[in-house]
Design a protein around this ligand. Structure first.
Ligand SMILES: [Zn+2]
Length: 165
């Protein structure tokens, strides 16, 4: 946990699992002092970041997905996902956890799709991975396939500069 310069505990205000300044592997935890309204951001590896989170926290990306769901579905999904997170002892609701909670298992990667992802330049790989998993989750699909990659490639031209096909 973090302590503010004023001596009080800081509280978790937000979680960004794909910060712009990051390299795709670190998370950004935002913490706030409720007394003096100081807001700080800490970039850390996910396991470290988890130790800084003081309550159940939706990542910005996961919250964004929730907000895009129909208004009559979103509250149900929120309850379902938070119950799943608690049952798993997780304090961070990430896009991956959201997908797991919704379909009872992680999004898996077809072998060929995984191999192609390895050809994606490192700086955009994490973004590409998330975009693909998110697309699969939104469609209720359990697997990222080459066909899905091709489709997303067409939508986000430039993310996948290399394929070996
Ligand atoms: Zn303070």
């Amino acid at each position: 946990m973090l302590i503010c310069g004023c001596g009080r505990w800081m509280h978790t205000e937000g979680l960004d699992e794909s910060p712009e300044a990051g390299d795709g592997r670190a998370w950004l935890v935002r913490s706030e002092c409720l007394a003096c309204r100081v807001l700080v951001g800490l970039e850390a590896a996910p396991d470290e970041a988890l130790s800084l989170i003081d309550r159940l926290m939706w990542s910005d990306d996961a919250r964004h997905l929730l907000e895009r769901m129909p208004p009559y579905v979103a509250p149900l999904v929120r309850d379902e996902v938070e119950a799943y997170a608690r049952a798993k002892g997780q304090r961070a609701v990430t896009t991956v956890l959201l997908g797991q909670a919704r379909q009872g298992g992680a999004v898996v990667w077809a072998l060929e799709a995984e191999r192609r992802l390895d050809n994606v330049p490192a700086p955009v790989r994490a973004m590409a991975r998330m975009e693909l998993e998110r697309t699969a989750i939104e469609r209720g699909e359990a697997e990222v396939t080459v066909a899905l990659m091709e489709e997303v490639k067409a939508r986000y031209f430039g993310i996948f500069v290399k394929s070996d096909g």
